[in-house]
Design a binder for this molecule. Sequence first.
Ligand SMILES: O=P(O)(O)OC[C@H]1O[C@](O)(CO)[C@@H](O)[C@@H]1O
Length: 425
Amino acid sequence: MVEITFSQSIGSVLTLEKRAQLKQIHEDLYSKKGKGSDFLGWLDWPSTLDSAFMEKVEKTATQIRDKADVLVVIGIGGSYLGAKAVLSALDPYFKKETGLEVVFAGHQVSGEYLKQLLAHLDGKRVMVNVISKSGKTTEPAIAFRFLKDYMEKRYGQEAAERIIVTTDAEKGALLTLAEENGYERFVVPADVGGRYSVFTAVGLVPIAAAGYSIKDLLAGAADAEKVYNNINFDENVAVQYAAVRHQLYVEGYTTEVMAIFEPKLSFVQEWWKQLFGESEGKEGKGIFPASVSFTTDLHSMGQYIQDGKRNLFETFLLVQEANEDLTVFEAENDGDELNYLAGLSLQEFNHVAHKGTSSAHLDGGVPQLSLTIPKIDEFQLGHLLYFYMLSCAYSAYMLDINPFDQPGVEDYKNNVFKLLNKPGF
Ligand SMILES: O=P(O)(O)OC[C@H]1O[C@](O)(CO)[C@@H](O)[C@@H]1O
């Protein structure tokens, strides 16, 4: 469950007019009549998943763990960030001694990274999951060219049994490669866009392979699906989040800074930035999604947030209970002058830091929201990610924007293709 607070009152945002608009959006969304509604496959996905699909994912995950020390997950954008966000949130900070290592490739084009990654694979048993809905995105395609070559040289014919492809059911160069080579395949549903695909095989295969409970993740998402399909907006936190940020946008607050106090959530921030940035940033409209990690960034970006241009609002993503914690102990010699903190846990310190930061930034003219989740586990993450996806759809519809396309990203691609003399450009 996500709890929300707003520096003003939520009631003041949910005016009669706003409620009428939100009701219309609710109807359009659930009857699939709004803009881009052929991309609403994610909306009831968690509650309608069939058990055969789950069994296939679990079986593949077990095979990966049996056959590999390292899984290389190739993808970019929505074909990368969902799994990365969940794994970063659940993984321990420091490398596990045993168990599958999941590494990512194709999310940038660094020769140095790829070369070092290939070197890192030597001596370890490797499997590859290449993910691309379109099957033709350049960055993952380049990475896969190198990884495919590496796997074939190293494993010969067996390479085909160590490569798993997640792509569209009907089209794309990756599908052709998969068919030609007999790779195991998972489908990215045609009606689910990349940034809404974390609960499909795109996210589930790497997350399950890493040993996390995709059942719990999906149970969290299904819980959110049920809880937020609610026309009573006084109870519906996902709609409230969309309504508040829209209100702030109308008032001129055009940048949302998502602030965390738990660094494990930094890739949830990256996932959220793609979700909201690609969904809303169109037709000269949209809130710019930015992120900071506190208290680290209080010693850098904190200055700007406190005192810079007043077009930003801040959304804290807070975790009530830490999975592990330490308590400051009393030192015999109070040389560091910290004995006044004795008995305080570091999580409690962060809660206090949040309060202090929040009131300082409020004084500095930064409106504030906070979203609190009880703890970080598969269930809560599933719930949170679905919460954001639904909220994002409401938010984009409030701007009268199609949340599910991304026409703007083609421009840079076309320019690069022209510069590289790609045939047809
Ligand atoms: O899964 P694909 O087709 O490789 O796309 C990856 C990402 O690239 C984008 O299309 C942007 O270029 C995103 O919307 C998408 O998540």
